[in-house]
Unconditional design. Structure first.
Length: 240
């Protein structure tokens, strides 16, 4: 793993957030071996706080720590993806109905502005910014439905699902399909069509599963289809 030298000392909390982000977005791929010494050097910290960060990431299902062997980015948990997908469908299909029925000042303008921002990220092929706009749209629909805190609940449960979503966003064709679905959702909400909005939202959320077979075929080692995470087998010659 290539690490660029850090220019300033980081706090433990900042290291956790940064590594969490890098794993979530796929910058650190499942199965990647991590060195305490190298990570500590990068963040200008000793190995003790890095161990704390590693443990927190392991507790969150992002790292697999194998005693006397090494630490690896954990595989994406299929069971957690299924649970998160069920939660999103259950909650978001209902709340998008309410968003379509709600009388919110500036509804059309707010939603169209999000789509405008996302269209710009699509033109730039900026998948990270595209994902941020995706999150903003879903969160805004929750707010319009009168349930802003439900989004916080969803965010806390969908980390493994988001790891898959970031991988799927690496395909330009996928970005265009997702954007077209966003446009249709917004059109149904603006038209005060709750049934149509819920139908399109369900189809939109389920497209994530269309990416699973493709990504799993290309990167089978990225996934773990068991209820409990299993530590990855260390690569030959990587014992420490």
């Amino acid at each position: 793993m290539t690490i660029v030298s850090a220019t300033a000392r980081w706090s433990v909390a900042e290291v956790y957030v940064d590594m969490h982000r890098r794993i979530l977005t796929g910058q650190l791929r499942p199965g990647t071996a991590l060195s305490e010494m190298q990570i500590a050097s990068h963040y200008s910290l000793s190995r003790t706080p890095i161990r704390q960060v590693f443990q927190r990431l392991a507790d969150a299902g992002f790292l697999s720590v194998v005693p006397q062997v090494g630490t690896y980015v954990a595989p994406i948990q299929m069971a957690a993806i299924r649970d998160a997908q069920f939660m999103r469908e259950t909650l978001e299909c209902r709340t998008v109905r309410q968003a379509a029925e709600a009388h919110v000042a500036g509804k059309k303008r707010i939603l169209k502005n999000i789509l405008k921002d996302q269209a710009q990220t699509l033109g730039k092929r900026d998948s990270l910014a595209f994902f941020a706009c995706d999150e903003a749209l879903h969160h805004t629909l929750m707010e319009m439905a009168g349930h802003p805190h439900i989004w916080d609940l969803i965010v806390s449960a969908k980390a493994q699902l988001d790891r898959l979503r970031y991988l799927s966003l690496e395909s330009p064709d996928w970005l265009e399909m997702m954007f077209a679905q966003h446009e249709e959702i917004v059109d149904r909400v603006i038209a005060s069509d709750p049934d149509g909005a819920a139908h399109v939202m369900e189809a939109h959320l389920r497209t994530t599963f269309a990416a699973i077979d493709r990504i799993a075929a290309e990167h089978a080692r990225f996934f773990e289809d068991e209820q409990r995470p299993r530590a990855p087998r260390p690569p030959a010659g990587r014992r420490r």
